[in-house]
Design a protein around this ligand. Structure first.
Ligand code: ZN
Length: 421
């Protein structure tokens, strides 16, 4: 007998019952095959979900990543450490991104992606140090067919990152939203020491102001910050961190990020600038405000905010948090604390160090914009004034001024009812 495959129709030659039965079976098979191919069509030939575009915006403290998809994606995410990373897995997604869109910026120091197999694409975001995932959500766009995934990431402390990792380990589902309570930090400093971040203004390529006798601001700010750190550490109750310990350039938003990653309870930026009128001298304490207290404060903030541009950093003002009521509440509360601390510094400095008229002033300093960290900027004096310059160069004077500011910190801590330690 000739093998069925050779006969063309798959049936044995001949006639009779066997032949007819074979033809019927074949017809049934053909029907079934046709049915199956229709029924299974979507599974066999489904196009993967396509990425329409990828956007990243924000600064060194907060970043928002938005990815638009042609259909609804089902992301799963998890945190990894060493280094701190956010991994987002996207089943049935073809992840093709433009190199210019994934260029590192703000808090994000690298973006990597690739296929994991089985149609799953993986996106790996590496922020600068520990961070907190504020949310990852998928929303339908107004066109009714496309979707967007929004991921909000904020700089956070090692402790906060560990807490999120612990929650992740407890829950098997990696889609958990491991939220860290942003209000809790202000209300409950908890079992950690009261933390002060001191920010020596300028550094590296940005020298800051220059004195009549050649004193460079970035050197004075670092020398004074070291003095203040020593004074505060001698107290024994505080953790003190400097934003820079050497002659390094730091972006303004990186200074804010360092404050957040250390869970700063207080941020003190140290400066010694110049002013048009050489006769003006004395210290000033600034807090942040949308509207400057006076024209000089505005001019100073404008100059300080230029620091990033001086170093060739592309500065994009991001205000995506403005609409967030919670952040707004925290910001208002923080403003209150900042103003209280500023008054305390003025009170302590006035008897020991000369101050200008109305020594508590305000303007829109970018370095003071952390919404949840009470922040002040202290202008120790003016390098445009010969006497001030001489004082700023004196280790003895710096010691005296640092002692006064340390007293102001102590008074502030007592007033807040936190003893630290
Ligand atoms: Zn300055």
């Amino acid at each position: 007998m000739v093998p069925a495959a050779w006969t063309g129709n798959g049936c044995a030659r001949g006639s009779g019952k066997a032949g007819r039965a074979c033809h019927i079976a074949l017809a049934l098979l053909a029907l079934m095959a046709a049915f199956l191919s229709i029924a299974c069509l979507p599974a066999w030939s489904a196009e993967p979900v396509k990425v329409l575009d990828y956007k990243m915006a924000g600064d060194a403290s907060h970043m928002r990543v938005v990815i638009n998809f042609d259909r609804e994606p089902e992301p799963k995410w998890l945190l990894l450490r060493s280094p701190h990373r956010l991994v987002i897995d996207l089943p049935d997604v073809a992840l093709a991104l433009k190199p210019e869109d994934v260029k590192p910026r703000g808090l994000i120091s690298s973006v990597r992606y690739g296929a994991l197999g089985d149609g799953v694409s993986r996106l790996i975001l590496t922020p600068k140090g520990p961070f907190n995932v504020e949310k990852i959500e998928v929303l339908q766009n107004e066109d009714g067919s496309s979707y967007r995934m929004v991921a909000d990431i904020a700089a956070a402390s090692e402790r906060e990152f560990d807490a999120a990792l612990a929650i992740q380990a407890e829950t098997t589902a990696s889609t958990t939203t491991a939220k860290t309570d942003r209000v809790g930090k202000l209300a409950l400093p908890g079992d950690r020491p009261f933390t002060i971040v001191i920010d020596p203004g300028h550094g590296g390529i940005d020298g800051g102001a220059e004195g009549l006798n050649g004193t460079v601001e970035k050197e004075i700010t670092l020398a004074f910050s070291n003095e203040l750190k020593a004074k505060l550490e001698a107290d024994g109750r505080y953790k003190v961190v400097l934003t820079r310990e050497g002659d390094d350039f730091l972006r303004l938003d990186d200074r804010v990020r360092i404050a957040r990653q250390n869970e700063a309870d207080l941020f003190i930026s140290i400066h010694a600038d110049t002013i048009r009128l050489k006769g003006i001298r004395g210290a000033t304490v600034y807090t942040v405000s949308d509207k400057a207290s006076d024209a000089d404060a505005q001019a100073l903030a404008d100059r300080e905010n230029l620091s990033d541009k001086l170093a060739g950093v592309d500065v994009v003002e991001e205000n995506h948090e403005v609409a967030d009521i919670l952040v707004d509440l925290i910001r208002r509360e923080t403003h209150g604390f900042s103003a209280r601390f500023a008054r305390s510094v003025v009170g302590q400095l006035s008897p020991t160090v000369g101050m200008i008229n109305n020594p508590h002033r305000s303007a829109g300093f970018r370095v003071l914009k952390a919404p949840d960290v009470p922040s002040v900027l202290i202008e120790l004096g003016y390098l445009s004034n010969a006497k001030d310059e001489e004082q700023l160069r004196s280790a003895e004077w710096r010691e005296k001024a640092a002692t006064s500011i340390a007293k102001a910190v102590s008074a502030f801590v007592v007033e807040r009812g936190t003893t630290g330690g």
